[in-house]
Ligand binder design. Structure first.
Ligand code: SF4
Length: 382
C-alpha cells in the first residue's frame, strides 16, 4: 500500500513524531531521539501504521509460528531478582529440580509434532557442570529430531563459571551434548540503576552483551528481549534498545526481538505496579519494529502480551506469535492469565482473523509448512 506521506507527516507534527514517517518510508535509520519521541507520543495508532509498513516490507502477509514445548528444568535460583515469581530455594514450597531422566520423560511425553524445546530455568551452584550436559543429552535421546534451544545468558554465565573454562570450549561441549541454539533471555532492562534496585546479583549489561557477542561469534543464533514496565525510565528503555541495535550491527546474531511486559502478580517487591496496558504492549512492539531495523523478526509472545494484543500486533509490527507452547511456568507463576497451551488450530484462527497467512517455521525461521485457507488443520477452528 502506498502511504500518503504528507498526511502522515501532518499528523506526526501534531503528535510529536515529526520527521519519523519520512524516515520510515525512505528506509532510513531512526535515531535514539526518534525512539524517545515514539515512547512519549500518544499516537500509538500512527506508530502501528508505520511499523506495519516495515513489517510488510520484510515479510509480506506472512505470520510465523512454531510448534514448541517448554521445559523449565528447575526453579531453584540464587539470583533473587525482585521481579521474579518463579524462583524458589531447595526445600521451599513448590521447589523442584528435574533429573536428566525426568527431562527425557517430559520430552518423550510431549506433543509429537513439536519441532523445538525451549529449556530455561533458574541457577543454583549445586547443579554441577555435568548436569547441564546430561539434561541436553537426555533431551536429544528422547527426541533426536527436536531442536534444543536452551539456557538464558544468566544460565550460560553460571555454566561457564561451573565449567571453569573459556566460553568457546563450553559451547563446544554444549553443542556436542545436543544444544542447537539459545534463547538469549535474562537481559531484563540494561539500566545499572534498575539492576541495583531490583536484581543486583544478576549479571551487568556489559556482561550480557559480552556473552551475546561471544555466542554469536561462535555461530549460535539467539533472540533478544527487553522486560519493561518495572521502574525503568523511557530513556533507559531507549538505551537498552540502542545497545541491542549496536551489537546487532556487529554480529547479526539476533533473530528476533521480543518485548516482555512485566507481570507484577506474585512478586512481593513490585506487586503494587500496574501491568503495562494493552496500548503500551502494542507500542512496545511497534517501536521494536521501527527502531531495531537490523533485527529480522519481531515477536508478539502471546503468553506475555495476551491473545488479543498478540493478534492486533500482527498489524502493528509483529510477524511472529512464538509457538503452541506447553508447560510454561515462568510467566504463569507471575500471574499471566493466558492459556498454558494453544493448539495449532487456535494459532491459525488468531492469524487468519488478523488477515494474515499462517506459516509454520522451525527455530531458525526455515519454513516447515504453508497452509491454504481451509487446510484440514484449520477445520478444528470454531
Ligand atoms: S528471573 Fe531468572 S535469574 Fe532472576 S530470580 Fe528468576 S529465575 Fe532466577
Amino acid at each position: 500500500m502506498d502511504l500518503p506521506l504528507d498526511a502522515l507527516e501532518s499528523r506526526a507534527a501534531r503528535t510529536g513524531l515529526m520527521g519519523i514517517p519520512t524516515k520510515v518510508l525512505a528506509g532510513a535509520r531512526l535515531t535514539t531521539a526518534d525512539c524517545l519521541a515514539m515512547y512519549h507520543s500518544d499516537d500509538v495508532a500512527l506508530l502501528g501504521i508505520l511499523a506495519n509498513e516495515v513489517r510488510e516490507r520484510l515479510h509480506g502477509n506472512v505470520a510465523f509460528y512454531n510448534v514448541n514445548i517448554h521445559v523449565n528444568y528447575t526453579n531453584w535460583c540464587n539470583q533473587f531478582c525482585g521481579f521474579c515469581a518463579f524462583q524458589r530455594r531447595p526445600g521451599d514450597d513448590g521447589a523442584y529440580c528435574m533429573s536428566p531422566e525426568q527431562v527425557g520423560a517430559e520430552l518423550s511425553n510431549a506433543n509429537p509434532e513439536a519441532t523445538e524445546v525451549h529449556m530455561v530455568a533458574g541457577v543454583w551452584p549445586a547443579l554441577k557442570y555435568p548436569y547441564f550436559l546430561e539434561i541436553l543429552r537426555a533431551a536429544k535421546a528422547a527426541r533426536p529430531d527436536i531442536h534444543v534451544k536452551a539456557f538464558t545468558m544468566v544460565e550460560i554465565d553460571e555454566i561457564e563459571r561451573l565449567a571453569n573454562k573459556p566460553l568457546r570450549e563450553v559451547l563446544d561441549d554444549l553443542r556436542a551434548a545436543g544444544l542447537d541454539s539459545m534463547p538469549g533471555g535474562g537481559a531484563e532492562v540494561f539500566s545499572e540503576r534498575v539492576r541495583q534496585q531490583l536484581y543486583p546479583k544478576k549479571m551487568s549489561a556489559e556482561r550480557w552483551l559480552e556473552l551475546a557477542r561471544g555466542i554469536h561469534e561462535y555461530g549460535f543464533k539467539t533472540n533478544c528481549t527487553m522486560l519493561y514496565g518495572m521502574t525503568e525510565t523511557l530513556e533507559e528503555r531507549v538505551d537498552h534498545l540502542n545497545r541491542l541495535r549496536m551489537l546487532q550491527d556487529d554480529t547479526g546474531g539476533f533473530q528476533t526481538y521480543i518485548p516482555l511486559a512485566f507481570h507484577p502478580d506474585n512478586t512481593p517487591a513490585l506487586a503494587h505496579l500496574p501491568i503495562p496496558s494493552p496500548l503500551e504492549r502494542l507500542r512496545s512492539i511497534a517501536i521494536g519494529r521501527l527502531f531495531l531495523d537490523n533485527v529480522p523478526h519481531i515477536k508478539a509472545y502471546w503468553i506475555m502480551t495476551g491473545l488479543a494484543v498478540a493478534q492486533a500486533a500482527l498489524s502493528m509490527g509483529a510477524d511472529d506469535l512464538d509457538g503452541t507452547v506447553s508447560q510454561e511456568k515462568v510467566y504463569h507463576d507471575a500471574g499471566a492469565s493466558t492459556p498454558e497451551v494453544l493448539s495449532r488450530a487456535d494459532i491459525h484462527r488468531l492469524i487468519r482473523q488478523a488477515g494474515r497467512q499462517p506459516v509454520e517455521r522451525n527455530t531458525v525461521y526455515e519454513i516447515i509448512n504453508t497452509f491454504a485457507e481451509g487446510d484440514p488443520v484449520e477445520e478444528l477452528c470454531v
